[in-house]
Write a protein that binds this ligand. Structure first.
Ligand code: ADP
Length: 294
């Protein structure tokens, strides 16, 4: 199975161009769409989920025209939006049953079976009778995945799923996603680099509506071999280093700054580092004096 997005563009009525000629081919498995806030991720996700129109371009799910055959697409699509509202006074089991009716699972026995299976799969079986208002962030996200999985979708879209989850909840959520992602297309939209490096075999980085880089995380990291350099400096030196080098990131460590610099040749007393996906991300997102080639 394959989702093929070609030259997709969208400008909102306020003049913001949220998508600029986006072209991506997304195979079966987990695909990470990484970008900072405002990059255009949700716009792209909502367009694939048939919830909003593009101005131009095409999206094909195998032979299905996603922008035209919306009803057909919806039958095979699961969507977990960024803001997933739940009815606080309804139990997980009842709401999931209700969503199953909306998804068109009319047969009562079939519905019961699939609701039970999904509650088990998302590890919510023990709390199925509890009202959703009592659920933690992680439990709500897992409930969101359960409803997205109703009706055996071939394509699942998850928008910023781990924001606000504690590490244990995030871990549980990652395991759940990676199980699902074995046989269907799962698109994970996120601004968190580790979500992609932990889970996704394929990825793209978008910023300001444009695809900056796409490929396999490992290959993208390898392509930066020998080009990322690090140095520990005083915090007060940061501004001057930024004027001299392509500083792609800086983080605090024991009261000092560790900077990563992108350069084809060794810049003075810097040490070489093995590139991480975070380096790939920052090397592409950060404005440079010279273009980054990966
Ligand atoms: P992301 O999900 O990566 O944070 P979005 O797709 O939400 O990005 O937003 C992309 C850009 O489009 C942002 O500049 C945002 O302010 C703008 N935008 C998003 N939705 C709307 C809208 N309904 N009307 C006008 N501008 C919007």
């Amino acid at each position: 199975m394959e989702l093929k997005i070609e030259n997709l563009s969208k400008t909102y009525s306020n003049g913001v161009q949220a998508l600029k000629n986006v072209t991506l081919t997304i195979p079966t498995g987990m695909f990470g769409l990484l970008g900072p806030n405002g990059a255009g991720k949700s716009t792209l996700m909502r367009t694939i989920a048939t919830l909003q129109e593009a101005d131009s371009g095409s999206i094909l799910l195998d032979n299905l025209d996603v922008l035209k055959e919306k009803q057909e697409v919806r039958k095979t699509l699961g969507y977990l939006p960024q803001e997933f509202g739940v009815y606080p006074k309804v139990s997980a089991e009842s709401l999931l049953d209700h969503f199953a009716i909306l998804k068109g699972v009319a047969n009562k026995k079939e519905r019961k079976e699939s609701v039970e299976a999904l509650l088990q799969q998302t590890n919510l079986w023990d709390v199925r009778k509890k009202n959703l208002g009592t659920f933690s962030g992680g439990m709500k996200q897992r409930f969101g995945i359960a409803q997205a999985l109703l009706g055996n979708p071939k394509l699942i879209i998850v928008d910023e799923p781990t924001a606000g989850l504690d590490p244990a909840e995030r871990n549980r959520f990652h395991n759940l996603l990676s199980e699902i992602g074995e046989n269907i297309i799962v698109i994970l939209s996120t601004h968190i680099v580790e979500d992609v490096s932990d889970l996704c075999a394929h990825m793209a980085i978008i910023n300001k509506g444009e695809v900056l880089v796409k490929g396999e995380p490992l290959k993208l990291m390898n392509a930066l071999n020998g080009k990322i350099w690090k140095k520990m400096i005083e915090k007060s030196e940061l501004a001057s280093y930024k004027t001299m080098h392509n500083v792609i990131s800086s983080r605090m460590y024991a009261g000092k700054s560790i900077i990563h610099v992108y350069s084809n040749t060794q810049p003075g007393t810097f040490e070489t580092v093995e590139p991480s996906l975070e380096d790939v991300y920052f090397a592409n997102i950060t404005p440079h004096k010279e273009p980054v080639t990966v």
